[in-house]
Design a protein around this ligand. Structure first.
Ligand SMILES: Cc1cc2nc3c(=O)[nH]c(=O)nc-3n(C[C@H](O)[C@H](O)[C@H](O)COP(=O)(O)OP(=O)(O)OC[C@H]3O[C@@H](n4cnc5c(N)ncnc54)[C@H](O)[C@@H]3O)c2cc1C
Length: 504
């Protein structure tokens, strides 16, 4: 491995722009594809094959990120990932890494014909230790796989609230879970990362071993450090929960927003409770609807905690809240998730204030309707994700993470704006409007001192200053850890897609 690293260093040094040199000097991606194809013929897909078509489209959430790589490599274990990374490094081939494919930013989980796409589809390990204390999850799993696997043991994991979401991307950005008020970020519940360093070395990082700095960086630092092939997670009690979605019509908007504010402010008093309040607007139909996924981690309900979303305060047009296995809820809601549409995210963050909730709601709805009336099949939503002090305190108590969110100003709302449409002709228009709307809301939040510093990576749009929202000392530490484990910048320059600490 050392020899390979030395050769790679010479190749990198031969050019001031290694990634550019990959194409012009070596045609690195073609060489890499041919080496991968000859060594792992069944796991390497070339254009025109059904495996290639599947891997470049089907696993993705947004059609904006389908890509056309020189080839797709689908490793079956960490050793094959290591071989591929070493091959990319020696051939100076650019590459991308894809987990569940939910990040809706073009080029962050895919690559064009100048590079190789590495897919985690085959990294599907799932095993539970005999004492139920560790669940080992290969990075090709989605959260629905994890919940379904743990259900017979009466366990769950601190993970995604939508089943299609991939395990690796969510955990590398932190991860907001139904269980977060009880257990913090999803990444706070990772016990061990198995990952492939840029040298090709396969290591296991824990909070206390020689890779404890890498362990800390992976709890929210993104994909600049290594390719993670397995996450060992701490399972939690609670596969049978109260969960479901209440829906409300436009006439109840004020009461609904009161409920959102109240849950944000006081919902943390019971850490077993969580909500996902989402407001959806459809400009073509001049319609806005209000929904709230409600979750309570107990066999016994606590009606009081959601009283602002139930009669007599609010009368839902439908409400599916009931005691059920989490995995059943996840399967049912997954079936409602459309794939193959065009999607864009933006993230926002504020302290919890009733005026702020109104201002965000009004600005979002009026501007979406003003900016995007003619975009075919446009729907836009804003979700207020309540983040309690308990959530953040739990993170601090389990060794901390790079996000370093300021607990003293909690609770917060971390919001995600989601724009959905159908035609590529409208991409530029929607993205420009998303930027304008986000800037307007941010401007208003800043003027009223409602804005909060931290921006959640996994809900962000391209260009949002994610790592700049982390404490400066944490960002410096992330950069130093990146340099230590990837001195050549393989996971930054050769794998350019994703949120990179070096760019912040
Ligand atoms: C419908 C929907 C629901 C969501 N719900 C939630 C939620 O409940 N909670 C929450 O916190 N977030 C949620 N998100 C956001 C989600 O966490 C991010 O989109 C996340 O990036 C998805 O992970 P993925 O593996 O599917 O992504 P991918 O797009 O595959 O990957 C995301 C990034 O991680 C990198 N990466 C992937 N695999 C690896 C690996 N093995 N090693 C190193 N880097 C890797 C990729 O290169 C890419 O840059 C949701 C998103 C969607 C679209």
């Amino acid at each position: 491995m050392l020899l390979l690293a030395g050769v790679a260093a010479l190749l990198f040094a031969a050019s001031s722009n290694a990634a550019g040199a990959a194409r012009s000097l070596f045609g690195g991606e073609k060489v890499a594809c041919s080496k991968l194809k000859s060594r792992y013929p069944d796991n390497t897909f070339l254009p025109g094959t059904s495996g290639y078509v599947y891997e470049t489209q089907e696993p993705y959430w947004s059609a904006t990120v389908y890509s056309s790589p020189a080839c797709v490599f689908v490793p079956q274990n960490a050793q094959q990932v290591a071989y591929a990374v070493t091959t990319m490094t020696l051939t100076l081939a650019k590459f991308a890494m894809r987990g569940g494919g939910n990040m809706p930013i073009p080029g962050y989980n895919g690559i064009d014909s100048s590079g190789v796409l590495m897919s985690s589809s085959n990294l599907t390990t799932l095993s539970l230790s005999s004492d139920n204390s560790v669940v080992s999850v290969g990075s090709g799993n989605r959260w629905r796989d994890v919940y379904a696997y743990l259900k017979p043991s009466g366990l769950a994991a601190v993970g995604g609230r939508v089943g299609h979401v991939g395990v690796p991307g969510l955990l590398l950005g932190g991860g907001i879970s139904f269980y977060s008020s009880e257990y913090g970020f999803a990444s706070d519940n990772v016990l061990k990362y198995q990952c492939v360093l840029s040298s090709g070395l396969i290591v296991e990082a824990t909070a206390t071993n020689q890779y404890s700095d890498l362990f800390w960086a992976l709890r929210g630092g993104g994909n600049s450090f290594c390719i993670v092939t397995r996450f060992d997670l701490r399972p939690v009690e609670g596969s049978e929960v109260h969960v479901g979605i209440g829906q409300f019509d436009q006439s109840q908007a004020v009461g609904y927003l009161d409920g959102v504010y109240n849950f944000g402010k006081y919902g943390g008093s019971d850490p077993k409770a969580a909500i996902i309040p989402t407001i959806l607007t459809f400009p073509a139909a001049n319609l806005t609807v209000y929904a709230a996924a409600k979750f309570y981690n107990s066999l016994t309900d606590n009606a009081e905690v959601f009283e602002n979303f139930t009669p007599p305060k609010l009368v839902p047009v439908a409400d599916s809240y009931t005691l059920q296995p989490l995995s059943d809820y996840i399967s049912a809601t997954d079936a409602l998730q459309p794939l193959g549409l065009r999607q864009e995210f933006r993230t926002l963050s504020s302290v919890v204030d009733r005026e702020a909730v109104q201002l965000i709601h009004d600005t979002f709805i009026s501007n979406v309707n003003a900016e995007l009336p003619s975009v075919a099949n446009l729907q836009a939503s804003i979700t207020f994700q309540p983040v309690t002090a308990a959530f953040l305190l739990h993170s601090a108590a389990t060794g901390g993470n790079p996000q370093g969110v300021d607990v003293s100003r909690a609770p917060y709302f971390w919001m995600v704006e989601n724009f959905t449409w159908s035609s590529a002709n409208d991409d530029a228009k929607v993205r420009a409007a998303a930027d304008v709307i986000t800037a307007k809301i941010n401007g208003l939040l800043r003027a009223k001192v409602f804005s909060a510093k931290y921006l959640y990576m996994n809900d962000a749009g391209k260009g949002q200053p994610i790592f700049q929202s982390y404490p400066a000392a944490n960002l410096r530490r992330l950069k130093a850890i990146r340099t230590k484990y990837d001195p050549l910048g393989v996971y930054t320059k050769l794998m350019p897609g994703g949120w990179k600490v070096a760019d912040a």
